[in-house]
Design a protein around this ligand. Structure first.
Ligand code: ATP
Ligand code: MG
Length: 474
């Protein structure tokens, strides 16, 4: 999949034309931002992951620019820009896309194996590149300051590559800039980034860099949940996340960052022979759809309840225990609550069973139990789980259940409280009820009746039913 770039690194061409910048492929809005800075006499470069991706002919996730212009100067040059003080970055929006322009930096004094203590603005692109993590991320493409006098032609844009990142890009190698031990001691996230980038780019980690990760994996314990979560999300969006997860397991990072998964090692599986539970998890993650981040996350966590529940060769109730553990883990990573709740729900229900003898009412109850928005994700999780177990994706009657669920959803029958022909207000105005828990109980019971017999979902009928429920209770 990897494609080496075929461009020459310093195409010295006439200043300012887009054609001269087509190499490497930099999008026109980025070129225009660079030109504005160059014409104003500043050094400006495309830098980091976006340049790496352009050289690899991969779509870049985001375009990063760096310059010697200070933030206040950038705001003068781009009056519509926004200064994000927290990151020291100026953001310019063009055609709905945000471009980050960051002033050259020099890092000082790292504390706690996290971000640098103090960041200073610099004047040299080489200093800015030296603080970056891997050689493939430490290249810049652009022009130095145009201090050659007014009217003098600008020098051609060129690749600034002090750490031979270009060669590593072509060879598909992730190599730390400088001494890997030092760099990982400065910021332990770089180790997580290494395994993540290995999976995203299908790159190999250079042996010295890999050995340093194994030596210093314990430092990852200092990382905040948020920073780990950002890399984990990117890892799960890789074609085969197992590449990175396996590297995490082999280097010891997994034990530090996700000990719940490390605990799956050597837990036997009755599925594919020779596989342990961790092998099964990694297969399941890879089998989950790449464009479904929630399903990938649920696949990663679907069996985390197994090690704790293993008894007599069974994992009784592992989905319930696992749902709790998944929620705890995602809270630790500071994931938004909507995500942790959805993943937890998927883990809790991933062992659902289906029989061809189910009535339509049973299908509707299943839909209500899971919630219609989570159904497709649950089916995708089950498919991935099956593939991860070495059995066909549509085992357990999945295809038939899916069809029957789709039929029910299409027929517009009531499947949730919001589908009922009456609501709590109706109970108050029509039946004189007062606000309180009784209203919820009655609505739940009405929904139950309607799921069993959709014809009941009609205003007067439901009011009569509600009245009879009231008189029974009274
Ligand atoms: P992606 O393509 O997934 O965005 P990326 O390498 O661009 O990958 P970003 O988080 O966008 O990742 O970071 C942009 C650039 O900033 C990197 O390419 C690298 O040069 C630098 N960088 C990011 N994080 C670190 C870090 N922890 N230490 C040193 N440099 C870093
Ligand atoms: Mg990036």
């Amino acid at each position: 999949m990897r494609r080496g770039a075929t461009t020459s690194s310093s195409a010295a061409t006439d200043a300012g034309t887009e054609a001269s910048l087509a190499d490497p492929a930099i999008p026109p809005p980025v070129v225009r931002l660079l030109e504005r800075l160059w014409q104003a006499g500043h050094a400006a470069y495309v830098v980091g992951g976006s340049l790496r991706d352009a050289l690899l002919d991969r779509p870049a996730a985001d375009w990063d620019l760096t310059t010697d212009a200070r933030p206040d100067r950038l705001l003068e040059l781009f009056p519509d820009a926004v200064y994000e003080n927290r990151f020291g970055t100026v953001v310019v929006r063009r055609g709905g896309v945000a471009y980050e322009i960051t002033t050259f930096r020099i890092d000082h004094e790292y504390a706690d194996h996290r971000r640098p203590h103090r960041v200073e603005f610099g004047d040299r692109i080489e200093d800015d590149l030296a603080r970056r993590d891997f050689t493939v991320n430490a290249m810049a493409w652009g022009r130095p300051t145009g201090d050659t006098g007014v009217g003098a032609p600008l020098s051609g844009p060129e690749l600034v590559d002090p750490f031979d990142g270009r060669a590593d890009t072509d060879a598909g190698l992730l190599r730390a800039v400088g001494d890997p031990h030092e760099r990982f001691t400065e910021d332990a996230l770089r180790m997580v980034r290494a395994v993540r980038l290995a999976a995203t780019l299908d790159f190999t980690i250079e042996p010295g860099t890999l050995a340093a990760i194994s030596d210093q994996a314990h430092l990852a314990a200092h990382l905040s949940g948020e920073r780990i979560a950002m890399e984990l999300e990117k890892l799960l969006a890789a074609p085969s996340p197992s590449v990175g997860l396996r590297l995490m397991a082999d280097t010891g990072l997994l034990a530090v960052v996700l000990p719940e998964l490390e605990a799956q090692r050597d837990i036997p599986q009755n599925k594919a022979t020779g596989d342990d539970l961790l092998d099964h998890t990694l297969r399941t993650v890879d089998a989950a759809p790449v464009d479904r981040p929630i399903v990938r996350l649920a696949a990663l966590l679907h069996d985390i309840g197994k090690p704790a529940t293993l008894a007599d060769g069974h994992f009784h109730g592992h989905e319930t225990v696992g749902a709790e553990m998944a929620g705890d883990l995602l809270r630790r990573l500071r994931m938004p609550r909507a995500i942790s709740e959805r993943v937890s729900l998927l883990v809790r229900h991933h062992m659902f069973t289906y029989e061809g003898t189910w009535s339509d009412t049973a299908v509707r109850r299943f839909i209500t139990r899971i919630g219609r928005h989570a159904l497709e994700e649950l089916f995708e999780l089950r498919e991935a789980d099956s593939i991860g177990s070495g059995i066909p994706a549509d085992s357990f009657g999945l295809a038939e259940l899916r069809r029957r669920v789709a039929d029910q959803l299409e027929s517009q029958v009531a499947l949730g409280l919001s589908d009922l022909a009456i609501n709590g207000d109706d109970l108050i105005t029509e039946l004189g009820l007062t606000t309180g828990p009784a209203i919820g109980l009655i609505l739940d019971e009405l929904l139950d009746r309607v799921i069993a017999d959709p014809d009941l979902n009609d205003r007067p009928t439901l009011l009569v039913l509600a009245q009879s429920m009231l008189s029974q209770d009274g």
